[in-house]
Design a protein around this ligand. Structure first.
Ligand code: ZN
Length: 175
């Protein structure tokens, strides 16, 4: 029996299985997001029921400019979450472990080396958008006897929603 794309999108990949995760319909999302059929967007919820997280990213800070100095911060995975309500913390995304390449033990490019620190001062909702493109590859994996197909997503983008709407935190091609 071959799994359908819809069934695959309904499954809960390991990286978000520690959270309650719910599919967000495209109609509730910004139009410019990846909304084609191979993509799915989920909101993560802490097991305690809270949707409000402190999101942490691995950051690189560069100072630009000679007279007017400006800090340019690049945000990278690994991403971690902290829930202020129940004080739990969790690893959200590490492309060296999660997604197509992570499953094959290859490291994705541009993973930060610094310990994750707060992405924003405020807490907010966290959404993940990921994809299963070229569905025939997933049929091949299944024919090879791999059962956790949902963990082999090929792109992943993490969004943070605070007062100012959705902001893209990181976006990775995983395959
Ligand atoms: Zn919590």
């Amino acid at each position: 029996m071959t799994i359908s794309l819809k069934e695959l999108k309904n499954k809960s990949p390991m990286f978000i299985s520690g959270y309650t995760n719910v599919i967000v319909p495209n109609s509730e999302l910004p139009k410019k997001w990846n909304q084609s059929e191979s993509f799915v967007t989920k909101k993560i919820v802490c097991p305690c029921g809270s949707k409000d997280f402190q999101l942490n990213s691995s950051q690189i800070v560069k100072i630009k400019g000679i007279f007017k100095k400006k800090e340019i911060v690049t945000h990278l995975a690994p991403l971690t979450t902290e829930c202020p309500k129940c004080n739990s913390s969790a690893l959200l995304l590490d492309p060296t472990r999660h997604g197509w390449s992570g499953e094959f033990g290859e490291s994705a490019s541009l993973v930060g080396e610094n310990d994750p620190t707060p992405y924003a001062k405020e807490t907010g909702e966290v959404l993940v958008n990921y994809s299963y493109q070229s569905f025939e590859n997933y049929e091949d994996l299944q024919n090879e006897g791999i059962s956790n197909l949902e963990d082999y997503f090929d792109t992943v983008t993490v969004y943070f929603k605070s007062g100012n709407g959705y902001v893209e935190v990181v976006s990775y091609v995983c395959a």
